[in-house]
Ligand binder design. Structure first.
Ligand code: SF4
Length: 680
């Protein structure tokens, strides 16, 4: 490393690849070979990350919108914050403390997520806070807490993938979504290990698999039940592990008794012999690892689906063994840390429950407030947005780190809820689709312009260090929260120095499930990231009081919306390599291709519709419609279409049916109708 370089991490996904930056205004990206997660490798988004800077679209002055004319005017920071504070007070007069809501993001640093939760509970006194991570991995989080008593996406380093004998990826396109991680698959296969991919599309990840199963979207749970049925029948479960380390096995075993391969085939569309092949592979090998991602989790049955796959891993006696077990491949940059520090509706820092009296007393002590003054649990993300501007809902909303208009399910409806607000305030770096609806837009720093910690998909806390000078006119999110807290008369302190916030976060999290109290910025620098809870979890015991994992008997229910005569096709959504999340950042990086959305479909379906490659196709669901060019490929199920979600459109279609435990919307499947635009 040269004296002018700064070691930091990518602005995007949960791998949080290490990289070096040089330059004062526009950073130059170079490899950080020593960082263990990616060893210098980056995907094209990472290499192009410097393109986030220097664009003309960067906001550098607070803006207010005239509701009559729609005109934007630049105002001073004092003016902007005064207006926001006045709007907050008006909403509180009209609706009480819960008249104001806060919406955060899984890309915010730990320090911002923590400060946002504190700002909501202490400065605003509102229970109405949640964040877009609810739409990312909340089903896996909810299942992990139920099964293991603790949720850490991967309870082991990602490199452990190389040590397993069979890796089962359920609903993950890891090769495209986090390419530097693909080397682990290659090394696994070089040493003779097998890779199984379960995905309705044959993705680049599936291309590297030894076995690719293409289920009907929304039926992963049934496949897990069928696999466990066959493992039981073959005597391939670990009886002593089940007796010593788990509870609930008998109920689980009985619940899979009727899941013969032929029944699995009827539900999932996967040939019975392929179901048997998977079970034989899992039963024969000594180390089995199951990793789920959004394909399995973003369902109204997401929690149960993950529990069903956890049951498979537990029944084989794998969880807690090195090179084996269960994990969730988190998606957003701070998908892990973002769910640990209090921006969730039901949670206080340290991954503590907000309805736990001991947790309330501890955190209130750190914050210097009366525990009884802290609000209770609020609405989950979609339910919160659905309530905006209604007689019982908040009339003011502050948004940090989220582009709701693109990323929310049933997005047209959610947009109408945002438009019904008396006050919408958005902190962002550019005029995102959500900022464009705001009354006040506050321009903030991003990524290389500021310091803060992120917790990657392995539970490794890493430090993003400020490398370049922000443009004049912008402030950090921490400064925005401090400025607002002061204006609305909060007595609590809101530090603006990230390291000071991190120290306070450590005290607030001390003794909780995600305890950061022993982690410091210096340790993170010296150790190239620090795992909270240790590198590997569950070797000796699980986090439930009795030390055992809890197995849960779960039932296949299927997707909330099934194809019918009017909407005969399954629609699923996902990502493409060059874009990230709502695209608010990556769509503005000129060196990344932005070809817009497409409708991926099988030639058989295209032939039935009379659609050729590139023809405009209208996709309609019960909630909305969009038009995009057809991408005709033989790699997707003929009964399913795929639309990427990085642009306005896909989420106008998606279903807002919620998982009862995690409150995850069913992004990954709904029923759709297709028509060629010329013939519509
Ligand atoms: Fe960034 Fe993720 Fe790509 Fe790594 S894999 S460079 S963290 S987007």
């Amino acid at each position: 490393m040269t004296a002018t370089q700064t070691e930091t991490h990518c602005p995007y996904c949960s791998l949080q690849c290490g990289m070096r930056l040089a330059g004062r205004r526009t950073p130059e990206v170079s490899a950080w070979e020593e960082f263990p997660v990616n060893r210098g490798a980056l995907c094209r988004k990472g290499w192009a990350a410097a393109g986030l800077y220097g664009g003309r679209e960067r906001l550098t002055s607070p803006l207010v919108r005239d509701r009559e004319t729609g005109e934007w005017s630049a105002v001073s920071w004092d003016d902007a914050l005064d207006r926001v504070a006045a709007g907050i007070r008006a909403a509180q007069v009209a609706g009480g403390s819960d008249g104001v809501a806060v919406f955060g993001g899984g890309g915010l640093t730990n320090e911002k997520a923590y400060s946002l939760g504190k700002f909501a509970r202490v400065a605003l006194g509102t229970s109405q806070i949640d964040y877009n991570g609810r739409w990312c991995m909340s089903s896996a989080a909810s299942a992990g807490i139920r099964a293991f008593g603790l949720d850490r996406g991967l309870p082991f380093p990602l490199a452990d993938v190389e040590e397993t004998d069979v890796l089962v990826l359920v609903g993950s396109n890891l090769v495209e979504t986090m390419p530097p991680a693909a080397r682990h698959l290659d090394r696994l296969r070089e040493r003779g290990g097998k890779v199984v991919v379960i995905d309705p599309r044959r993705t680049p990840t599936a291309d590297r698999a030894d076995l690719h199963l293409q289920p009907v979207p929304g039926t992963d749970l049934a496949l897990a039940l069928g696999v466990l049925h066959l493992l039981v029948a073959a005597g391939a479960v670990d009886a002593s592990y089940l007796a010593e380390r788990t509870t609930g096995w008998e109920d689980v075993r009985d619940s899979v008794a009727s899941w013969w391969p032929e029944r699995v085939e009827r539900v999932t569309g996967i040939d019975a012999h392929e179901v048997r092949a998977l079970a034989e592979m899992l039963g024969a090998k000594s180390r089995v690892m199951v990793l789920t991602a959004r394909g399995a989790e973003q369902h109204s049955t997401g929690t149960d689906t993950v529990l069903a796959w956890i049951n498979v891993a537990l029944a084989r006696g794998m969880v807690g063994r090195r090179g084996a077990g269960y994990g969730c491949l988190t998606g957003q940059g701070n998908g892990q840390g973002g769910r640990e520090h209090g921006q969730k509706a039901d949670q206080l820092p340290g991954y503590r429950r907000i309805d736990d009296p001991a947790a309330r007393a501890h955190v209130a002590g750190v914050w210097g407030v009366d525990p009884d003054a802290l609000p209770g649990p609020g609405r989950s993300a979609y339910e919160l947005l659905d309530a905006l501007g209604t007689p019982d809902g908040p009339s003011a909303l502050l948004v940090l780190g989220s582009n709701i208009v693109v990323s929310a399910p049933r997005a047209t409806h959610v947009t109408s809820r945002l438009e019904a607000l008396d006050l919408l305030v958005v902190c962002d770096v550019v005029m995102s689709e959500t900022a464009a609806l705001a009354d006040v837009v506050l321009p903030v720093t991003q990524w290389a312009e500021e310091t803060g910690t992120m917790t990657n998909l392995e539970g490794r806390v890493v430090l993003r260090q400020r490398a370049i000078t922000p443009p004049s006119g912008v402030r950090t999110d921490l400064e925005v929260l401090a400025g607002l807290a002061e204006r609305i008369g909060s007595q609590a302190s809101f530090p603006t120095d990230p390291e000071e916030v991190f120290v306070e976060l450590g005290r607030a999290s001390a003794g909780g499930p995600a305890d950061y109290s022993a982690i410091t910025y210096d340790r993170i620098r010296d150790e190239q990231g620090v795992f909270w809870g240790g590198e590997r979890l569950f070797a000796e015991s699980f986090a439930h009081a009795d030390g055992r994992a809890r197995m849960h008997a779960v039932e296949h229910r299927g997707a909330a919306e099934q194809p019918c005569a009017d909407y005969p096709i399954h629609l699923t959504t996902g990502r493409v390599l060059a874009q990230y999340q709502s695209g608010a950042q990556t769509r503005r990086v000129r060196s990344l291709p932005d070809d817009g959305p497409f409708v991926e479909m099988h030639p058989l379906l295209a032939g039935r519709l009379g659609v050729r490659q590139g023809d405009a196709v209208r996709v309609a669901t019960r909630r909305g419609e969009m038009t995009a060019p057809a991408k005709v490929v033989p790699t997707i199920r003929p009964d399913t279409v795929f639309v990427p979600f990085h642009w306005v459109g896909a989420n106008r279609l998606t279903n807002d049916a919620l998982d009862p435990a995690s409150r995850m919307p069913e992004f990954k499947v709904c029923a759709a109708r297709l028509s060629p635009v010329a013939h519509a």
